[in-house]
Write a protein that binds this ligand. Structure first.
Ligand SMILES: [Zn+2]
Length: 159
């Protein structure tokens, strides 16, 4: 699998190199980073770790523009957004990593495999608490019956 990263994916500082055969982005994405500072260093780190910068062919950019006009997302996409979508469209066996809903929508319409960046991280961070289904009291794990009302204890997701 080739991981195609947009700006948000690069900024997440997540380590994509272990899960992908190749990590790529497009030239316009690199141009969105201004020199110096934390963001710049994250981008440089990705390049040092092996991220390749590849420009998609004009035919792929055209396809993405058509798809974005179809879905009504064109006005919400920057030049870099269109370019990185086109790159994901052009490369076979690639997955686009982005948190941008307009990009995800166009990706879905154009048949591009995609995955969120931060949403995915948040999903993994929840933990469980135990709570009475009747009165809502929180209890310790292992208690079967609510000490207040005798109601049933349910496991609930908690952030
Ligand atoms: Zn209760």
């Amino acid at each position: 699998m080739i991981a195609v990263l947009d700006t948000s994916a690069i900024l997440s500082g997540k380590f994509y190199f272990g899960m992908a055969d190749q990590v790529v982005t497009s030239p316009s994405v690199i141009k969105e980073f201004s020199e110096g500072g934390h963001s710049w260093r994250l981008m440089q780190y990705s390049i040092d770790a092996g991220m390749k910068v590849i420009a998609p062919p004009e035919s792929a950019i055209e396809k993405i523009r058509e798809a974005a006009i179809d879905t009504g997302d064109m006005e919400n996409l920057s030049e870099a957004d269109v370019e990185v979508l086109a790159l994901a469209f052009h490369l076979k066996n690639s997955r686009l990593f982005t948190d941008d809903y307009a990009m995800q929508n166009v990706a879905s319409h154009a048949g591009i495999d995609y995955e969120g960046v931060l949403q995915e991280g948040i999903k993994k961070k929840f933990y469980w608490r135990y709570r009475c289904a009747s009165c809502g009291k929180f209890v310790e794990a292992g208690i079967k019956e609510c000490p207040v009302c005798g109601g049933k204890i349910k496991r609930v997701r908690w952030k």
